[in-house]
Design a protein around this ligand. Structure first.
Ligand SMILES: O=C(O)CCC(=O)C(=O)O
Ligand SMILES: [Fe+2]
Length: 351
């Protein structure tokens, strides 16, 4: 018998706000939603800010700007390492069965930890970024009785992805979205942020000046605290993270955001067309426990995996979890396993 459609249970919310009482008075929490006032986005200076103030601002707003993280030499080295990979990327196949998540003018590079030492050390390993992600994504397991002993454990964050985004002139807005649906997160509205709520956080470092006109990442401040069922997101509530080269933007995966239209193919206020590339180096971190128990990719030689039936290859971990989880170069990993197949991204959404 063909399997019937499976009713997928809603993930248990990891954070919620409960009414509290003082002297018999019930305080109903001020749950946040699209009609709440939007919190102000803060900018910090990388050379003077503290981890605590950055984390505190992220918890209220969902995103912050940090100025002056990388210098000109580091940016030059990043671009040298990255450009060949961007040049080799092709347009995301609009209408080619790959959906329209990226505008055709976007070029990307992936797997940057081993393609660029500067990316690995100065972005993924950036000490401020590392401390911020440690504060937000470390999980403590308090209750773990094993016989007579309660074995408490700490799970530290892990790298989730590295993507370089080049957005060319003429690109349209990327639709506003959250990034934590990859982990099937649902949250009801909250009054305030609670540690433990987030499945991930992203870091966008500008390789070139990014402006509202050339496609800066935009996001909705405070939207990480809204009920995920409420939608669609409103463009009118977006804040554009305009950055100078070397500045960074940190944003929780639960915040609505997206890459923006690059309008530099149109005449500016002076009537002159001056085309610009929007170049951003991005990375995300996620919780350390969001993975398989036995590391199937290291324990099984890939030639042996290729000898297995396809349903087992998928089960082993070469199948994509929808949406968008487990990709290689943003494509279904089964296409990596079967290089003879046409290099379409495959269906990254859906059933
Ligand atoms: O290009 C950007 O600024 C954001 C890209 C993004 O949010 C995504 O691809 O998920
Ligand atoms: Fe995104």
């Amino acid at each position: 018998m063909a399997p019937s459609a499976v009713e997928i249970p809603t993930i248990i919310p990891k954070a919620f706000s409960t009414p509290t009482t003082t002297n018999g008075k019930v305080h109903v929490p001020d749950l946040k939603g699209p009609d709440s006032p939007l919190p102000e986005v803060k900018s910090f200076d990388a050379s003077t800010c503290t981890v605590d103030e950055v984390v505190a601002a992220i918890r209220v707003v969902g995103g912050v700007i940090v100025r002056g993280l990388l210098d000109a030499d580091e940016l030059a080295s990043l671009e040298k390492d990255t450009r060949p990979w961007l040049d080799r990327d092709t347009a995301w196949g609009e209408g080619g069965g790959e959906g329209d998540f990226f505008p055709a003018e976007t070029r990307r590079a992936f797997g940057m930890v081993t393609k660029s030492k500067t990316f690995a050390e100065r972005i993924v390993g950036n000490s401020l970024w590392k401390s911020v992600t440690d504060a937000l994504l470390t999980s403590a397991l308090h209750w773990n009785w094993i016989g007579e002993k309660n074995e408490t454990c700490v799970s530290r964050p892990q790298l989730n992805n590295t993507i370089v985004f080049s957005i060319g002139p003429g690109a349209r807005d990327q639709a506003l979205h959250r990034d934590d649906p990859i982990h099937h997160v649902y949250h009801p509205a909250a009054a305030t942020h609670e540690i433990g709520r987030d499945a991930g956080i992203g870091f966008f470092v500008a390789g070139k000046k990014t402006t509202k006109r050339n496609g800066a990442t935009r996001f909705i401040p405070g939207s990480h605290l809204w009920d995920y069922a409420v939608g669609p997101p409103r463009e009118s509530q977006t804040f554009y993270a305009e950055l100078n080269p070397g500045d960074g933007f940190m944003v929780l995966s639960g915040c609505y955001h997206g890459g923006s239209a690059n309008k530099t193919n149109e005449p500016g206020v002076d009537g002159v067309i001056k085309e610009e590339e929007r170049l951003v180096y991005s990375t995300f971190m996620t919780r350390g426990y969001l993975r398989q128990e036995e590391n199937q990719y290291l324990v099984n030689p890939v030639e042996k995996v290729r000898e297995l039936p396809e349903n087992l290859q998928e089960l082993v971990g070469y199948g994509l979890s929808k949406p968008f989880l487990g990709w290689v170069d943003l494509k279904d990993p089964m296409l990596w396993l079967h290089p003879e197949r046409p290099k379409k991204s495959g269906d990254l959404f859906g059933v």
